[in-house]
Design a binder for this molecule. Structure first.
Ligand SMILES: *[C@@H]1O[C@H](CO)[C@@H](O)[C@H](O)[C@H]1NC(C)=O
Ligand SMILES: *[C@@H]1O[C@H](CO)[C@@H](O)[C@H](O)[C@H]1NC(C)=O
Ligand SMILES: *[C@@H]1O[C@H](CO)[C@@H](O)[C@H](O)[C@H]1NC(C)=O
Ligand SMILES: *[C@@H]1O[C@H](CO)[C@@H](O)[C@H](O)[C@H]1NC(C)=O
Ligand SMILES: *[C@@H]1O[C@H](CO)[C@@H](O)[C@H](O)[C@H]1NC(C)=O
Ligand SMILES: *[C@@H]1O[C@H](CO)[C@@H](O)[C@H](O)[C@H]1NC(C)=O
Length: 449
């Protein structure tokens, strides 16, 4: 295999390799990540627009599908800078079907030959980039690269994976705009790119694809939620911990038939909760916590007849918490804490009983002495005296302009009833995805994310 010219001064390369060897499973520094991304860019430039399929003459692989897979897997192995657990140690020789993480099945087009159907490098902790040759794995149905240290961008050639059903590149250090090439994969159903550094807008076309699960959380997406979201057929949409801004499009109600888990935590969302949210009668998780949503709870929310986790906390909601919400039949956890509610129905604290495994949280609101641990009158006044009329707010536009939410009201001395003041910045913990086919989001495995 020709090495080509090294795109790094040899000393720098040595230092890079040396530092990776010294700390095999620690997070990459930004410099190392940048160096790997740069190497990917250089490799791309050398190849021009075409993937260079240089067939290794030493290798005898009669099946052309496995020959292409061999080329792809060796390009991937060459693009790795660190493999602390020797995961690719046995990626040698012609029999790609015996490589760690590679699984073959009879090819769809010819049952008597094998094809690589799954590539599973989950938690291998390798560092490197994705080479363009990865597109040669055109028979893949499943690719799991979860919890590694892949840097750089997702090569456009992945759109050649026309059989791909599950794409999981979560918990890496991938960058760039939303990888539009995934939109050209006709069989994709599970898209998981969470815990990376993707940025910019979410393309409206995403929600027109027949995907079942969309995990975009913990990236740097901006520019709002496209209103095509109403056309989505996904059962799980997790957008948490981005910086989308804008508001929740009223079209969301049109996704009612399939939407089960709707998780929009910590996104600088503004505006009122649309009355159409109450149409999501099949949703079991509805979590809009950690935003800057205003106005009162729309009475239609009593339509969430299957909701188990309802989290409205850490917003700027005001008005009353109505009894219908607290009596929702499937409710297990309701949090309205850290808002500006001035009162709540008696059912809320009485029917949601922690002894029955249910929880209700309402601290840090504006209910004065009626409930424990409330905000002070001084904190409440600026919001409570300016009620928002949700009937008169402007419709959502897309793309949303950047809006930085107002700073939280200055804290003042705790009121007499407020025994220890609640912490203002709690960690945002994503709810467990209960009873779902999809596991809860992987926590970043490596320090330094
Ligand atoms: C990596 O694995 C290969 C094959 O299993 C083995 O031959 C090699 O010695 C291993 N290398 C290290 C550094 O453990
Ligand atoms: C299937 O593959 C076998 C083995 O390579 C070959 O002999 C046969 O002609 C192929 N069949 C078709 C329909 O391509
Ligand atoms: C795409 O897949 C086909 C086989 O289906 C292969 O011949 C071609 O080289 C691949 N192209 C890229 C860019 O990976
Ligand atoms: C909330 O989202 C921002 C990005 O918009 C991120 O920097 C921050 O870490 C997130 N907060 C938590 C607790 O995850
Ligand atoms: C909830 O799901 C069921 C089963 O898929 C479907 O028949 C029903 O129409 C859905 N409910 C709504 C409000 O769309
Ligand atoms: C739901 O409430 C139960 C009981 O208080 C609690 O153990 C659990 O952690 C809560 N789940 C979430 C996602 O908040």
């Amino acid at each position: 295999m020709a090495m080509g010219t090294l795109p790094f001064p040899p000393l720098l390369l040595l230092l890079l390799i040396f530092s990776l060897l010294l700390s095999p499973s620690l997070a990459l520094t930004s410099q190392e990540a940048a160096a790997i991304a740069r190497r990917q860019l250089l490799a791309f430039e050398q190849h021009g627009d075409h993937v260079h399929i240089d067939i290794d003459i030493d290798i005898k692989v009669s099946n052309p599908r496995l020959l292409a897979a061999h080329r792809a897997l060796h390009a991937l192995k060459e693009a790795l800078y660190s493999d602390p657990h020797n995961f690719t140690g046995n990626w040698v020789g012609p029999n790609v079907c015996s490589y760690n993480g590679v699984f073959c099945v009879p090819s769809l087009e010819n049952q008597s030959v094998s094809a690589v159907a799954t590539l599973d490098l989950n938690a291998a902790d390798v560092a490197g980039y994705l080479p363009r040759e990865i597109g040669l794995l055109s028979d893949l149905a499943v690719i799991h690269l979860n919890s590694n240290r892949f840097c750089g961008v997702i090569p456009e050639e992945i759109k050649n994976m026309t059989q791909l059903y599950e794409l999981d590149v979560s918990n890496n250090r991938l960058v760039g705009p939303f990888p539009n090439s995934v939109l050209h994969m006709p069989k994709l159903s599970y898209l998981d790119i969470r815990f990376n550094d993707f940025e910019g807008p979410i393309p409206p076309e995403l929600f027109l694809k027949p995907y079942d699960a969309i995990f975009l959380n913990n990236n740097r997406f901006t520019s709002g939620i496209p209103d095509t979201i109403g056309k989505s057929t996904a059962s799980v949409i997790v957008l948490a911990n981005n910086d989308l801004g804008g508001c929740i499009p009223p079209s969301i109600g049109k996704a009612a038939k399939t939407l089960d888990q709707f998780i929009f935590i910590n996104n600088s969302l503004t505006g009122c909760l649309p009355v159409e949210s109450g149409l999501l009668a099949n949703a079991t998780v509805f979590d809009v916590s950690g935003n800057a949503l205003t106005g009162s709870i729309p009475p239609t929310l009593d339509g969430l007849s299957k909701v188990e986790q309802l989290d409205l906390s850490h917003n700027m909601f005001s008005g009353l918490v109505p009894s219908d919400i607290c009596r929702l039949p499937a409710l297990a956890n309701l949090s309205v804490s850290y808002n500006f509610f001035v009162g709540e129905a008696a059912e809320c604290s009485s029917t949601l009983d922690a002894n029955l495994g249910k929880s209700f949280q309402d601290e840090a609101n504006c209910m004065g002495n009626a409930r424990p641990v409330q905000r002070s009158a001084a904190e409440c006044a600026p919001v409570v005296t300016h009620p928002v009329d949700c009937g008169k707010t402007k419709p959502c536009g897309w793309p949303a302009k950047y809006y930085s939410p107002p700073p939280p009201p200055a804290s003042s001395p705790p009121s007499p009833t407020a025994s220890p003041p609640p912490p203002i910045h709690e960690p945002v913990i994503l709810p467990p995805i209960i009873g779902s086919r999809y596991q809860s989001p992987p926590p970043p495995l490596f320090p330094g994310y």
